[in-house]
Design a protein around this ligand. Structure first.
Ligand SMILES: Nc1ncnc2c1ncn2[C@@H]1O[C@H](COP(=O)(O)OP(=O)(O)O)[C@@H](O)[C@H]1O
Ligand SMILES: [Mg+2]
Length: 456
């Protein structure tokens, strides 16, 4: 037997094919190029292939865009149990590679099961466990913060607070842009609290932490019986749960493209369609999205829908990195130290002058979240009543000239960046705005790097 086609053609009485059909509610055979060799009548009906269409010889993907059969052929490995959504219905599928005597894969067969899924309860239990685990990991977070919890009086922080207050008075979609740890989530919660929606729910969901297989159901909900068995009640999605309130979509750049289309409908039509339902429900949610990525770039590389980008980008708010608001550090660290000491019932510790200096010279890639972590570490490491610079981090981590001789990676990076900045300024005839643009950083960022350079 050298090709699966031959095998199927030899089966003139269709004994084998009938056997396959009777085993399940749909089966399909493809050759090594993933073209359809045979498909059972039930499967044809399931995926709505019209009677006038002859799928034989055509690529399987043309009829089943989400098919994994190509992967099975490529890897030569079976996938015994998997969940797959076919025409809004959750199905259990099994895929087997077919090999010739030389162990070369010559095709594959797929089986679909969609009713009487009771025997698959263990699988659904596993699914449920996965979901629980993910909820425990606090992907769903209630609103805990008001705008007053946003500390700091550096000019950039004050401006941010003013923007947030104004945004709270409007009811438009917001896009929060900033590096990790700059306070995007805190700001989203604060804006919700200061808005007219404050008495309605704030529902947050982190697209980055959400397994793709769960994403659609989590966001848009499931209709009764849609995918956890015929007698299940159906569940509300986060969109419906946030009705009347605010939906915070964290790490929006990670949202799968298929879901982006559905989100667009929520934004444009204020309508949502639960999984497995063909009914549109009206919803009234304000969406606040956040990302540390350059969404414009994601659009350019085809990872993010352009129309959704424009819908979200109505009112972008930039959260400056901590290194652009170093003046906030004394206030932030004073407050955080009190909190840490209160929570851990440690005795009162203070920052030494050297520690404060260290904090104000560090470049803070992890921003305010990292500040908190460093202070926690300082509280643990401190031996006297003062936290010293060495309790917070080592001097190698500072971008100062003093460490040039050690040749640390960090120092090399800082030096290289500085030369690039100098070169850019030269090339732009001293125009710093143009230089910043050339380098792809903000003007404020460029200024703060130059300022840091001068203070060393
Ligand atoms: N201006 C601020 N004042 C006080 N705490 C802040 C401020 N900004 C951020 N934080 C704290 O820093 C941590 C990270 O903030 P978060 O909102 O989760 O950042 P992001 O969502 O941008 O990663 C949180 O513990 C948050 O409470
Ligand atoms: Mg965050």
């Amino acid at each position: 037997m050298n090709s699966l086609r031959e095998l199927i053609e030899q089966d003139t009485n269709h004994n084998l094919l009938d056997l396959l059909s009777s085993l399940c509610q749909g089966s399909i055979a493809v050759d090594e190029n993933c073209n359809i060799l045979w498909i059972s009548d039930a499967y044809r009906d399931l995926i709505n292939i019209s009677h006038t269409t002859d799928p034989i010889g055509l690529p399987v993907e043309q009829f089943l865009p989400t098919t994994q059969l190509p992967r099975v052929i490529k890897s030569g490995k079976p996938s015994f149990v998997d969940l797959m959504q076919i025409k809004q219905q959750w199905c259990v599928v099994t895929r087997l590679p077919i090999k010739n005597p030389e162990q070369k894969t010559i095709g594959a067969i797929g089986f679909v099961f969609y009713d009487d899924l009771d025997s698959l309860q263990p699988l659904f239990d596993k699914f449920a466990r996965l979901r629980r685990k993910f909820e425990e990991e606090k992907i769903l977070r209630p609103s805990r913060y008001a705008l007053d919890d946003m500390l700091g009086s550096a000019p950039a922080t004050q401006q941010l607070r003013r923007q947030a207050l104004r945004a709270a008075q409007l009811d438009t979609t917001l896009l929060l842009l900033g590096e990790t740890g700059t306070g995007k989530e805190l700001l989203a919660q604060g804006i919700h609290h200061a808005s007219t929606r404050r008495t309605a729910p704030f529902v947050g969901i982190n697209m980055g932490a959400l397994p793709e297989a769960l994403a659609e159901a989590e966001l848009f909900g499931t209709a009764p019986g849609a995918y956890t068995g015929a007698n299940s009640k159906g569940r509300l999605g986060k969109v419906q749960l946030a009705d009347g309130g605010t939906l915070f979509l964290d790490e929006i750049a990670e949202m799968p493209l298929a879901m982006q289309a559905k989100l667009l409908r929520v934004l444009q039509e204020r309508e949502v369609e639960a999984l497995g339902s063909n009914r549109l429900e009206k919803v009234d949610v304000r969406i606040i999205a956040a990302t540390a990525k350059d969404l414009r770039h994601q659009v350019e590389i085809g990872e993010f829908r352009e129309d959704l980008y424009y819908r979200l980008n109505v009112l972008p708010i930039n959260l400056p990195p901590l290194r652009e608001r170093l003046d906030d550090i004394p206030e932030l660290s004073g407050h955080m130290l009190k909190q840490i000491q209160h929570q851990s019932q440690l005795s009162e510790l203070m920052l030494s002058t050297s520690a404060l200096q260290w904090l104000q010279h560090y470049h803070w890639p992890g921003n305010i979240r990292e500040l908190r972590n460093r202070l926690e570490r300082g509280c643990v490491m401190a031996e006297g009543e003062f936290i010293e610079a060495t309790d917070l981090g080592s001097n190698d981590e500072l971008p100062s000239k003093a460490t040039a001789l050690t040749g640390s990676l960090e120092q090399t990076r800082v030096q290289a960046e500085l030369s690039a900045i100098e070169l850019a300024i030269k090339r732009c005839n001293g125009n710093k705005t143009a230089a910043a643009k050339l380098l792809g950083i903000s003007r404020a960022n460029l200024y703060s790097r130059l300022k840091q350079e001068q203070t060393h």
